[in-house]
Design a protein around this ligand. Structure first.
Ligand SMILES: NC(=O)c1ccc[n+]([C@@H]2O[C@H](COP(=O)([O-])OP(=O)(O)OC[C@H]3O[C@@H](n4cnc5c(N)ncnc54)[C@H](OP(=O)(O)O)[C@@H]3O)[C@@H](O)[C@H]2O)c1
Length: 255
């Protein structure tokens, strides 16, 4: 997949991996549109990078999704939809009854899973009309094995991973050439992982790895340690589970 000359919509592009991708895609000659919920963050990006278009839009909100589609259409449409936005609720023990389990899981599913299906559904016909088009769905190594302190987030990413495989196959069945990528990052140093003291790669390194994979049409795009983790999980699933869930994390689940 060639990024030069493409127009790319990145959800949640005002910080973290999304913003880094916006910068690197732009440097490669792509036109980038980002979304986010926080207008002040979007304004700051526009100020520092005036070549990036920023649109306020909540990836978990139906009215916002429709409005975003109309705005993007007026701007000339897109070739690539990069579903990057996601949310993660704080750790809680699912074995201790609490209404927050339901609220948290619903929120994560709405943004991380349903919101992606909704946006893809809105943009599919536009993407099909382009010469070379793609959707990039961001899952995680936590879609392959559950993280106990990110339990419902892990589940939302597994749902997204299965949906992504089915979407790819469904498009093949109808003869569509829209490419479906599943981006599987390792642990990346961003706001989302600020509280974790484990080995992380930078967002810059992560996006470089993604661009390399996109250029080779690697539809299951495992960056950095995500490749090794998948192998361990395949052959030694218990070891993979223990790697994701060190005993030190259990303290966070005591109440
Ligand atoms: N960091 C990691 O280690 C890691 C590992 C595996 C997978 N991932 C995945 O990689 C993607 C990016 O992660 P990240 O670490 O860059 O996250 P991040 O630091 O939390 O940044 C997420 C960005 O998305 C925006 N966002 C959040 N909810 C949104 C919504 N409902 N609508 C629109 N924008 C929204 C946020 O801005 P606003 O709050 O202003 O909306 C923020 O700019 C996510 O899908 C995440 O699950 C990350």
């Amino acid at each position: 997949m060639n990024l030069k000359g493409k127009t790319i919509l990145i959800t949640g592009g005002a910080s973290g991996i999304g913003l880094e991708a916006a910068k690197q895609f732009s440097a490669l000659g792509a036109k980038v549109i980002i979304t986010g919920r926080n207008q002040a963050k979007l304004d700051a990006v526009k100020k520092s990078f005036p070549f990036i278009t920023a649109v306020q839009s909540d990836a978990g909100n139906e009215a916002d999704a429709k409005a975003l589609f109309n705005t993007v259409k007026e701007l000339g449409g897109i070739d690539i939809l990069y579903n990057n936005a996601a949310v993660l609720v704080p750790p809680s023990n699912l074995g201790i009854a609490n209404d927050n389990h339901i609220k948290g899981a619903a929120y994560e599913m709405e943004v991380n899973y349903i919101g992606v299906i909704r946006l893809n559904n809105l943009f599919l016909d536009m993407l099909k009309s382009r010469n070379e088009a793609a959707i990039i769905n961001t899952t995680s190594i936590l879609s392959q094995a559950p993280s106990l302190i990110e339990a419902t987030y892990s589940s939302s990413k597994t749902a997204l991973a299965f949906y992504t495989i089915s979407l790819r196959e469904h498009l093949k069945i109808i003869g569509s050439s829209v490419k479906i990528f599943e981006l599987i990052p390792p642990l990346v140093a961003t706001e989302m992982t600020a509280g974790r003291n484990d080995k992380k790669i930078s967002a810059e390194e992560m996006v470089k790895g993604m661009i390399k994979g996109l250029s080779k049409n690697q539809y299951t795009l495992k960056v950095g340690d995500a490749k090794l983790f998948s192998l361990i999980n395949r052959f030694l699933p218990k070891t993979a589970f223990n790697l994701l869930n060190p005993k030190k994390d259990h303290q966070l689940l005591k109440n």
